[in-house]
Design a protein around this ligand. Structure first.
Ligand code: ATP
Ligand code: MG
Length: 664
């Protein structure tokens, strides 16, 4: 490994164009009364969060969370030993913190506003209502033998009941594993089996964008191959006439009969809270485990500062609870802070492209949190329709999931926020539990396209190709984090060795994010993209390996390589290169069949944009596919293929170019 000084020099870029971007500092609606105000205040608190880390986290853990027993230690363990722990000795219950403790002061205030698929189909739940509904489902789960430490799979549409189930698990100490309801039965099956779930909670059908989603049917196909599942509990979302077998139980009568109070189980700070599977860029999906105390503190403190949450706000994150964003910023963070949180069942384009604006106007939303892909799909429409809506309640606009291109940022800032709202481009991951790099409204001067500065307690580092840290500014490298933070995942379910290799193997002593970044002259962080092989299609994460294995299952596919390709609205599209078996005959029917195979194996959101049959793939002599070459070819950047001399058979490149040109 080279010493830091010399590698820093090598890695130093000529001044990146991002260094030229000016800051934007008009955040009028945020300025008065913000939770923290001014860059100096941020810097002072940030410095103290690193310098007196224990003190900082002790103070904030007690401020944001109620403990049944206070902790003995703030942080223990190390990255190297893989035994990081926070608030050891502390006892608490997450559901108590998100619901019960608010009841004396705000029992009749709205905790959850649910907006259904149809415009204006609104249901509100006060904190008292939530306590009652959560208790009922908690008691039902208990009646099916679910106990502290048991894993429960949740495959539900964005009904308010999805949040109730998550909170009910937390209440009784069970571990939920929410699987996004767009996943296929095979993906669901693998996740249920990996976590050895005992109970699955689902709904008869879902409704989204005017369409019906046959959830129970998908669960039936999955559960047929899940030996650990003892019961399937079914909410009636549409009351469709579906098949119920002996393992299946309608929840309506059970909930009616259930007691409306269930006590909260006292949990250790490091007891598991939930499992959440990421898309799994390297094959088998990873079931990341988050624990109780650190996760809750981190979700609450980040929600409070990043969104400048204030009492009286109507906070809306329009993500799905199937992703980490829904866990931390629809359910746990906002409810721990006693907020009113909105759950949205529909899509930005249903019934038309003004749905978000109507939603903001009707609910007087103060913070609105969505993904760049949604913003890009809306900016295609004329702004005239949007101008008819009153969006003046907004104070903070958030984005998450992928880098936001400056054009989309500008549109969000100018037209949605009317140049009066702070944009928070929040960078984080399933593994980080909460935001790790993000502007704070009222504090951080903004730069379109930059996630700006690290959150309190998060010490970022950029690493070079030799594994050394790059110092100074105006530099690019791989983004790592240098010390534990409370919200970090603790392991991968059933595979701690994989956890260690994936996150702590590349740069010993550092947490490896898998993303590249540029640190500009002001120390601002710009995420430049993944250094691994994951696709981001309309905000959905897909591991290339997952799609490749779906293709390989087809009898006429010998080999495949899947890469992302530029796509105007989806962010990334899916391009699949396949090598057919010798006895296969290439035809449009066969390619259509392969496309369908991916769609049914993984889910409609994974439908490939291109399937290109080729006699071979560009491989190095050691057998590794050169994905960079495949990416350049489909992006039609063939004049910058780079060095292909290490390819075992460079002639394959010309064939690939020809094939790709035919396909585009
Ligand atoms: P897997 O870990 O299986 O590959 P995934 O990384 O797609 O799945 P998530 O944890 O949902 O799953 O996504 C985190 C990733 O999303 C980050 O590592 C980063 O690449 C991207 N990302 C999230 N927010 C931002 C942002 N504000 N700016 C740039 N990239 C972002
Ligand atoms: Mg990831």
């Amino acid at each position: 490994m080279a010493d830091a000084g010399s590698s820093a020099k090598r890695a130093k870029l000529a001044v990146d164009e991002r260094d030229e971007v000016a800051t934007v500092d008009v955040i009028a609606r945020v300025k008065s009364g913000a939770n923290i105000s001014g860059l100096d205040a941020y810097r002072a608190l940030y410095d103290s969060s690193l310098k007196d880390s224990d003190e900082f986290w002790r103070e904030h853990a007690t401020r944001f969370v109620s403990w049944a027993r206070t902790f003995d230690e703030v942080c223990g363990g190390t990255f190297a030993d893989g035994d990081v722990r926070w608030f050891a000795g502390g006892k608490l219950n997450v559901c108590y913190n998100c619901v019960d403790r608010h009841i004396p002061t705000k029992g009749d205030e709205v905790a959850i506003v649910h907006e259904g698929d149809e415009v204006g189909s609104v249901t509100t739940y006060t904190y008292k209502d939530v306590q009652r509904e959560v208790s009922r489902i908690a008691n039902v789960l208990k009646s099916f033998g679910v106990r502290k430490g048991d894993n429960v799979a949740v495959y539900m549409p964005m009904m308010a009941e999805l949040a109730f189930v998550m909170l009910a698990c937390a209440r009784i100490g069970a571990v939920h594993s929410v699987v996004f309801a767009g996943f296929s039965s095979e993906s669901l099956r693998d996740r249920i089996n990996d976590a050895r779930c005992k109970v699955v909670v689902t709904a008869d059908e879902g409704r989204r964008g005017g369409r019906t989603i046959p959830l129970k049917h998908t669960v039936d196909m999955a559960v047929a191959m899940c030996p650990t599942v003892e019961a399937v509990l079914v909410y009636e979302r549409t009351h469709a006439d579906i098949k119920y077998s002996s393992k299946d139980h309608k929840l309506t009568p059970l909930l009616e009969a259930a007691r409306p109070f269930c006590p909260c189980e006292e949990m250790d700070a490091e007891d598991p809270l939930f499992l959440l599977y990421t898309s799994g860029s390297t094959g088998k999906p990873k079931g990341l485990l988050h624990t109780t105390g650190g996760y809750l503190v981190y979700a609450a403190i980040t929600h409070y500062f990043t969104f400048d949450y204030r009492p009286g706000d109507v906070y809306a994150c329009v993500a799905d609870c199937g992703w980490i964003t829904g866990h931390s910023y629809i359910v746990y963070g906002p409810l721990c802070n006693g907020a009113t949180t909105l759950m949205f069942e529909s899509t930005p384009l249903y019934p038309d492209h003004t749905r978000y604006w109507d939603l903001i106007q009707r609910h007087r939303i103060t913070q609105f949190y969505t993904a760049p892909t949604a913003i890009r799909s809306l900016m295609r429409f004329s702004n005239d329709a949007m101008a008819k809506f009153d969006l003046t309640s907004l104070r903070v606009l958030g984005t998450v999931g992928e880098p936001i291109n400056p054009e989309a940022w500008r549109w969000y800032y100018d037209f949605v926020g009317k140049r009066s709202c702070s944009i928070v481009d929040t960078y984080w991951q399933t593994e980080t539990g909460g935001h790790v790099v993000s502007p704070l409204p009222g504090c951080t001067p903004l730069k379109p396209g930059s996630a700006t500065l690290p959150f309190f307690g998060v010490e970022t580092a950029l690493m070079d190709g030799d594994g050394a840290e790059i110092t100074g500014n105006s530099v690019s490298g791989v983004l790592c984090i240098k010390r534990p933070w409370p919200g970090m995942a603790r392991t991968i379910n059933g595979d701690h060795a994989r956890f260690m290799v994936t996150y702590f193997g590349a740069y010993p002593g550092y947490y490896f994010t898998g993303d590249g970044a540029f640190r500009d002259k002001d120390g601002y962080i710009w995420i430049t993209g993944r250094v691994d092989d994951v696709l981001n299609v309309s905000g959905h994460r897909l591991g290339s390996a997952e799609i490749e294995s779906a293709l390989i299952e087809h009898e006429f596919v010998a080999e495949s390589a899947v890469i992302g390709c530029p796509h105007d609205t989806k962010g990334q599209g899916i391009c699949c290169y396949v090598v057919l078996t010798a006895d296969a005959v290439e035809s449009s029917d066969l390619l259509a069949e392969l496309r369908l195979q991916v769609r049914t194996t993984i889910g409609p959101f994974a439908t490939p944009d291109y399937i290109i049959a080729t006699p071979g793939l560009p491989k190095t002599r050691s057998g590794k596919i050169m994905r960079r070459v495949l990416r350049k070819i489909i992006a039609q950047e063939t004049d910058s293929l780079g060095d292909v001399s290490t390819l075992a058979d460079p002639s394959v490149v010309d064939i690939l170019i020809e094939k790709a040109n035919e396909a585009i």
